[in-house]
Design a protein around this ligand. Structure first.
Ligand code: WT7
Length: 649
């Protein structure tokens, strides 16, 4: 195949799919010419307690951003994910749980069992004093109880905030304080890749910095010995013995918050992205059905962690709202060996498989034999998410994993968008390796000229990616800081939602994401604010100043490159380098550990003291032939030193 080979849907796929090309064209046209009518109809895909009469009330106007969908309707998300399926599929498996070790047995949890366990869990939360509108932080391994915890919150109207178990105690404490949570749910230990992370111990450390009145609910996973603080810590299995298995779902307004999820931005500390109830569940379920062409009886596997939005929308909420069987995997792609993903696909007869380019690239490097050992004939759709996928990895995924005849959906979206915005549909869209292709129903992408903010109307265009209008799962605000919400997403380009991504639209109208245009980097599909890593570094007593940028990395997509200026009198050493790496891990978490640290006697600054990151990025990319104008620097000579002492990749 040549680099610009395109892949039309097969006839078989097109004829059996929820949407073929004609259907996509027709539905898309209606969704943008009559959004009210379109969403009035498709909002019905979930069960409402009180039906909505209003569909959409949205303003992107500067100083007055307000987003509401189905605002006079009421419903409960857990009832939509569980109760409404019981009559028809109570005995069907809702969750297949695959543990870290292949030696341990997988669990098949039916919708009936899910109903029982989530109801119990809900009553446990109530017992601990949690009510409607209260916040609950979930810091859990990838075990069924993580999903139960989310659904239990949804059932009683509490707002969950899942914190990825790979984040440090400090990061956990910051999120608990930021959301003023009443309870932190954790587990004794988290087994991953054959090693146990001491989650409860991390949580104990976090509690030293937690300033709000908060309890801890602990799930027994490994049975490892953990200290419990009386009056503060409770075992789930003990409290469960004292509560009933009957918990009627709380009636929630469509615009009541469902969850907060902290995500990194270009400035300052992570912000709490707020998603609400009605619009989110409509959109998560609809994208899950159409993007993956999910049909009743299919086995769906998204390999993300529930700590990220991908896990929220496509392990828990979207699939369960559709009555699907969703696989939840506790482990990692390379344990016990590089064939694990494919072993699990074979074992559970997975039909739709959804993972990140970084995992594909890592496995591609291990050789095709890890894939070809397994029977992957049940696969019908392969998905990717999180970062641009290079055509080489796309082709490997398509040829080696998919055997050349399974469609690939490269889904572009964000924590803020709640669900897919740009994506192929398997039966409708001709794919091009590396392109997230076309908008989902109701999505109106525009490419703006970055400096003037003018919309580029030619089909072929390059600039910043914005959205002209809202969709039901759009984030509503930043928790506790609506001004920051407006400033981050609606200030640079008036009357648009600004994604932070650069993008090219080709002559066929296909979208190609070119990467972030702000100070956010994408490390193995995880979003990291350079400002966060910098502030962790400068918190170290020996560091005077630091600037962090991304650089191209073969497996991770981008690596973290840190320029560090030490305090006067401090000397660079390998030991100090290690110390700083460990420091950042403990301040934020292992995903934030700098890949390269360059000792910088000085940083390139303008005369007004602003660090010129453009220059630092170029040096990190080894592209110092194109540094541009350095004449405005206070001391242009620092650049020569930085180039001379740049790190080898
Ligand atoms: C950023 C959002 C949403 C799930 C995972 C990441 C990048 C995401 C793609 C894709 C190119 C992508 C963008 C986006 N991104 N998917 N298919 N192709 N880039 O969520 O942590 O909120 O990060 O990830 O840069 O802005 P997130």
């Amino acid at each position: 195949m040549s680099a610009d080979t395109t892949y039309p849907p097969s006839d078989a796929m097109a004829s059996g799919a929820h949407a073929d090309k004609a259907k996509y064209d027709e539905m898309y046209a209606q969704s943008v010419s009559d959004p009210e009518g379109f969403w009035r109809e498709h909002g019905q895909r979930v069960d409402w307690i009180k039906p909505y009469s209003k569909v959409k009330d949205v303003s992107y106007a500067p100083g007055n951003v307000s987003i509401k969908w189905f605002e006079d309707g009421s419903l409960n998300v857990a009832a939509n994910c569980i109760d409404r399926h019981l009559a028809e599929r109570g005995d069907q498996t809702a969750i297949i749980w695959e543990p870290d070790s292949p030696e341990d047995e997988a669990q098949h949890i039916t919708y009936n069992q899910l109903h029982h366990d989530v109801s119990k869990f809900s009553n446990v939360l109530k017992e601990l004093g949690v009510g409607k509108g209260d916040r609950v932080v979930i810091y859990m391994p990838m075990i069924p109880q993580a999903a139960y915890a989310m659904l239990a919150c949804a059932r009683i109207g509490a707002i969950h905030s899942v914190v990825f178990a790979g984040f440090s105690a400090d990061a956990l404490a910051a999120r608990v304080n930021g959301s003023e949570a009443k309870v932190v749910i954790t587990a004794d230990e988290a087994p991953r890749g054959g090693r146990n992370t001491p989650l409860k111990t991390n949580a104990d450390t976090a509690f030293e910095k937690i300033e709000v009145d908060c309890k801890m609910l602990v799930v027994r996973r490994t049975g490892g010995d953990v200290p419990m603080t009386a009056g503060r810590d409770y075992w789930l299995h003990e409290v469960e013995e004292t509560v009933s298995a009957d918990c009627p779902p709380e009636e929630m307004n469509a615009e009541d918050p469902l969850f907060i999820l902290y995500t990194s931005g270009s400035t300052g500390m992570p912000k709490g992205v707020v998603h609400t109830t009605g619009g989110y569940i409509v959109y998560a379920s609809m994208t899950h059905q159409y993007t993956f062409d999910y049909h009743d009886g299919d086995i769906f596997w998204c390999t993300a962690d529930v700590g990220w939005v991908t896990g929220h929308s496509y392990i828990v909420y979207g699939p369960l709202a559709n009555g699907a069987t969703t696989v939840m995997f506790e482990g990692v792609p390379t344990y016990p060996d590089a064939g694990r993903f494919w072993a699990v696909c074979q074992k559970h007869k997975v039909n739709q498989f959804y993972t990140a380019p970084t995992a594909i690239r890592a496995l591609m490097g291990q050789g095709d034999e890890w894939v070809s050992k397994y029977d992957l004939s049940d696969l019908k759709v392969l998905g990717t998410v999180g970062e641009p996928i290079n055509p080489e990895a796309w082709n490997w995924y398509h040829e080696v994993v998919g055997g050349g005849n399974v469609p690939i959906v490269d889904t572009w979206w964000q924590t803020e968008t709640g669900g897919h915005l740009l994506t192929p549909l398997p039966g409708a869209t001709t794919t091009k390796p590396g392109s997230a292709t076309l908008p989902f129903f109701g999505i109106q992408p525009v490419i703006l000229e970055p400096t003037t903010g003018e919309e580029i109307n030619d089909t072929a265009a390059e600039g910043v990616l914005c959205m002209k209008d809202s969709w039901p799962a759009q984030m509503r605000t930043v928790w506790g800081d609506h001004e920051r919400f407006e400033k981050t997403y609606f200030a640079d380009y008036k009357n648009y939602y600004f994604t932070g991504d650069g993008c090219r639209r080709d002559e066929d109208g296909y979208y190609w994401i070119t990467g972030r245009v702000d100070d956010v980097i994408n490390v193995s599909g995880h979003r990291m604010g350079t400002a966060e890593v910098e502030s962790a570094l400068v918190a170290h007593p020996k560091v005077a100043e630091s600037a962090v940028v991304g650089y191209p990395h073969d497996i991770k997509g981008q690596g973290i490159y840190a320029y560090v200026t030490l305090m006067g009198g401090e000397e660079p050493s390998e030991e100090l380098r290690k110390e700083l790496e460990t420091w950042v891990r403990s301040e934020i978490g292992p995903i934030a550990k700098p890949d390269l640290i360059q000792w910088a006697p000085g940083l390139p600054k303008t005369r007004s003291g602003k660090i010129m990151r453009r220059i630092l990025r170029k040096i990190a990319e080894d592209d110092f032939g194109a540094l541009g104008d350095t004449s405005t620097l206070a001391d242009p000579s620092v650049v020569d030193d930085l180039i001379e002492n740049r790190m080898n990749k």
